[in-house]
Design a protein around this ligand. Structure first.
Ligand code: ADA
Length: 560
């Protein structure tokens, strides 16, 4: 299941979920025997005991059957981290980055059996600027759902919905992008409906092998706003017709909410009302399933966060699975979504692929996720070199790129550079990753006040402020009266002190605990960040979601 609602009633869609054949690239298993594995999709190859530490290349294979001549569109929601897709031996798509979706089209497919192959690489090398040895794990495989669609020569590629309040009434700009995969121009028309309002987009001419969009503004009398308290969602359905035809040839359904986000007077507002974000940083990682978290466990994560009193979540450090975002839409969780980059040094940002790979992720993130009302903040480049003039060039360029794609959400980035930060003037919200009580002995309240001062002095005056990371390690089950570092008691003490301080500070618009669950990290990374148990164990629950003592501490603060 790709999404939590029906996305098509006209277009024929099929799931490609199931068990696929998989071989490591030379067909040799770790026991040095040629071996074909049978691996789940979605899934990570690390789930197989023989591949628990495999890093490199592999090929997933599946037979696809069609009944009538057609064009096939394959949709991959996430392949980690580089995919080359082949259909009957011919290359049809190349995509980098595990955490954004892409498609691949096979034209004029004859009825019968066909071979779909996905070559996957999760290796660390110069070709990969964003997936590097890091304090989280780049798994291998088709980690998110995959599907197949039967399309005609033209289809609706995406819909963009931007709501706005005009006086008492909601209106929205709606842009529909139609793609033509044939060698001749197509004369078409579009119509649809949302929230009880019929939507007419009129005629559209789409060039051969090209795209054309239709953009209109519509009013939605009677539409109810979306918020944390009342996450009202509406179906937005658009159908594509031949210019003279009455029968739809294609359709696409989105799910939208009416809400505005602003960052005025040093606060963040949803629908004009100040909000304070209380939540966790969450990696898509689970002890049993790696990055391929099934829906039931996503629901469980949100149930635990809701039980602790959270109203928000930060998708550290990459765009998330859309089913998780769908759940956030349904439950009224506010989401800070960020592009994919963690802790890259200036040297790493000089990788020749860095600029293009970031641009791709930024564009794909916004194009693919903009309709989620839950996403109220876009962010970039967690803890990269924003303390240097050269780094600033990248921050500026990427924030400008995001603004050109979407003006309806405030932008930020999480910084650990304290008074050395050079980019606060570029963002709409200033965000600090500080670990008082863990990496230093500072008092959280005093440090937070100093951070406000650093932001004010460096171009952030008057901007809302978020404590985007704070916390400490705890080994699940390690309890000691001494409360030494690493015990569950010490982690609870650290979070208690941090949350007590931040809840009293009126100038804060949010606090995101690092982190929700323990996560696997790469072992190859050496130096001071070498992690006990090869995990980042600052989770308030462990990798299997067993609560540590701090769970109740967080609940006490967030629920009161
Ligand atoms: C940073 C970083 C996180 C994590 C954390 C930690 O702030 O953004 O990804 O590594 O530190 O646990 O030290």
């Amino acid at each position: 299941m790709m999404r939590l609602f029906e996305t098509n009633r006209v277009r024929i869609t099929r799931s490609l979920e199931g068990v696929w054949d998989f071989t490591t690239v030379d067909g040799i298993g770790p026991d040095n025997q040629s071996k074909t594995f049978r691996l789940p999709v979605p899934g990570c190859w690390e789930q197989h005991p023989d591949l628990a530490n495999y890093r490199g290349k592999g090929v997933y294979r599946k037979t696809v059957r069609t009944g009538a001549p057609t064009n096939l569109r394959f949709v991959f929601k996430g392949v980690s981290h580089t995919a080359d897709v082949y259909f009957d031996g011919k290359p049809i798509a190349h995509h980098y980055n595990a955490y954004t979706a892409f498609d691949a089209i096979a034209k004029d497919v004859a009825p019968g059996e066909h071979l779909l192959e996905v070559h996957v690489d999760n290796g660390f090398h110069e070709g990969s600027a964003l997936h590097v040895h890091n304090d989280y794990y780049t798994y291998g495989g088709l980690i998110r759902p995959a599907g197949l669609e039967e399309i005609g020569s033209a289809f609706i590629e995406r819909i963009e919905f931007v709501p706005r309040l005009q006086g008492e009434e909601w209106e929205a700009d709606i842009r529909v992008v139609v793609r033509n995969v044939s060698d001749s121009e197509r004369q078409l028309k579009l119509s649809g409906e949302a929230a009880g309002t019929p939507l007419s987009f009129g005629d559209i001419t789409v060039p051969a092998n090209g795209r054309q969009d239709a953009t209109r503004t519509f009013r939605f009398p009677g539409a109810e706003p979306w918020s944390h308290e009342q996450p009202q969602l509406y179906e937005l359905a658009v159908r594509l017709f031949e210019r003279e035809g009455e029968r739809a040839v294609d359709d696409l359904i989105e799910r939208v909410g009416f809400r505005t986000v602003t960052a005025d007077n040093g606060k963040i507002q949803v629908n004009g009302k100040d909000v304070v974000l209380k939540g966790f940083n969450r990696h898509e990682d689970h002890g049993l399933t790696g990055a391929a978290i099934p829906l039931s466990l996503m629901v469980y994560d949100l149930d635990l966060m809701a039980d602790m009193g959270c109203n928000s979540v930060r998708t550290s450090h990459y765009p998330n699975d859309e089913r998780f975002l769908d759940l956030c839409d349904e439950r009224g969780f506010y989401v800070w979504e960020e592009n994919h980059a963690r802790g890259l040094s200036l040297e790493q940002m000089r990788n020749p692929n860095f600029v293009r790979q970031c641009e791709d992720v930024n564009r794909e993130m916004v194009e693919q996720h903009r309709n989620h009302p839950s996403i109220i903040i876009w962010a970039i480049l967690n803890e990269c070199a924003s303390d240097t003039e050269e780094g600033r060039v990248h921050y500026k360029r990427q924030l400008e790129q995001l603004r050109s794609l979407d003006r309806s959400r405030p932008l930020t980035f999480a910084s650990h550079h304290r008074e050395r930060e050079l980019c606060f003037d570029l963002a709409d919200i200033v965000s600090f990753n500080l670990y008082p009580g863990w990496y230093g002995a500072e008092d959280p309240g005093e440090l937070c006040d100093r951070a406000r001062g650093w932001a004010d002095a460096a171009g952030g005056r008057g901007k809302p402020m978020i404590m985007s990371e704070f916390g400490g390690d705890a080994v699940y089950g390690y309890r000691m009266p001494s409360r030494v570092k690493g015990t569950e008691e010490r982690q609870a003490d650290i979070l208690d002190a941090n949350l007590s301080a931040y809840r009293q500070r009126n100038y804060l618009s949010g606090m995101f605990i690092w982190q929700f669950s323990d996560i696997r990290v790469t072992e190859e990374k050496d130096g001071p960040l070498l992690r006990v148990t090869t995990q980042n164990i600052k989770g308030v629950v462990d990798a299997y979601r067993r609560p540590k003592l701090a769970y109740e501490t967080v609940k006490k603060h967030f629920k009161s």
